[in-house]
Design a protein around this ligand. Sequence first.
Ligand code: NAP
Length: 279
Amino acid sequence: MIIDGKKEAALLREEIKKEITSLKDKTNRVPGLTVILIGDFAPSQIYVRNKEKNSKEVGINSNVIKYSKDVSEEEVLKKIKELNKDKDVSGILVQLPLPDQISKEKIINSIDPSKDVDGFNPVNVGNLASGYNAIVPCTPLGCLLLLKKIEKNLSGKHAVIIGRSNLNGKPMAQLLLKENCTVVITHSKTKNLKEECSKADILIAAVGVANLVKKDWVKDGSIIIDVGINKQGDKIVGDVSFEEVKDKVKKPRDAKSVKISRNAIFSPKNLSTAYFSIF
Ligand code: NAP
């Protein structure tokens, strides 16, 4: 079984649109998202354009503030301070990566945690790790939403995550722990990676190495989520060798595979974003 992530994303957008319409009816207000885009890095331009498009589609007031790549750190921090106080701005997102003269850490720390759409502020990271309500980074949240479409109850599942980044691997582990999974986080120094992966009921690959996970790394009947986006010539491929695993999933009751890519969805419930769709 292969999940149609694009369909799930469209359904979620519909749901969010209804919530925003009802919020507007009750309060005459809608959520406002401000994105700060610095420089002309092509992928960032695309991500921000998609966020803007999806926000508009669901009824969020979306605003993009653009700076040239040589803007000072001070100027950006000043703008974030203003946005933190602005009652019409419910979410702030500073598109990464940032130019060298700007400290990512300072920027992330300066965003009001209640408006930190990306969930990177240490307050949100700490809340997630403590099992409290938190704004959760979008990609792992999208993965969890998709996982739950396949399996409502994840309790007791053996989950293996490849990758320990703050963006993907670590928050994914926290989310799965909260679902009562037994979680193993692997990384570049892990010994016997193949053996670890082959034990997984749930395998999340967030590595950035094209086609790392092969057919014989995957247990029958497991759920695989491939977060990787890797350029191979003109093609984009994942971290899981999709062609190999796809053959395996053709058999009934076999591995279920999902490809995640970038469609930003903004949830007014928790001011977080979820990205997912098949590519
Ligand atoms: P990252 O910060 O570079 O982290 C990669 C992780 O993979 C690190 O923990 C690294 O281990 C581990 N790793 C690298 N090579 C490995 C290997 N050969 N075996 C085992 N582990 C290995 O990357 P990221 O930001 O998490 O992104 C991961 C991938 O997801 C990229 O392809 C990125 O483009 C993609 N991505 C997709 C989405 C989406 O919406 N689908 C969103 C964000 C990112 P160490 O910690 O030991 O270095």
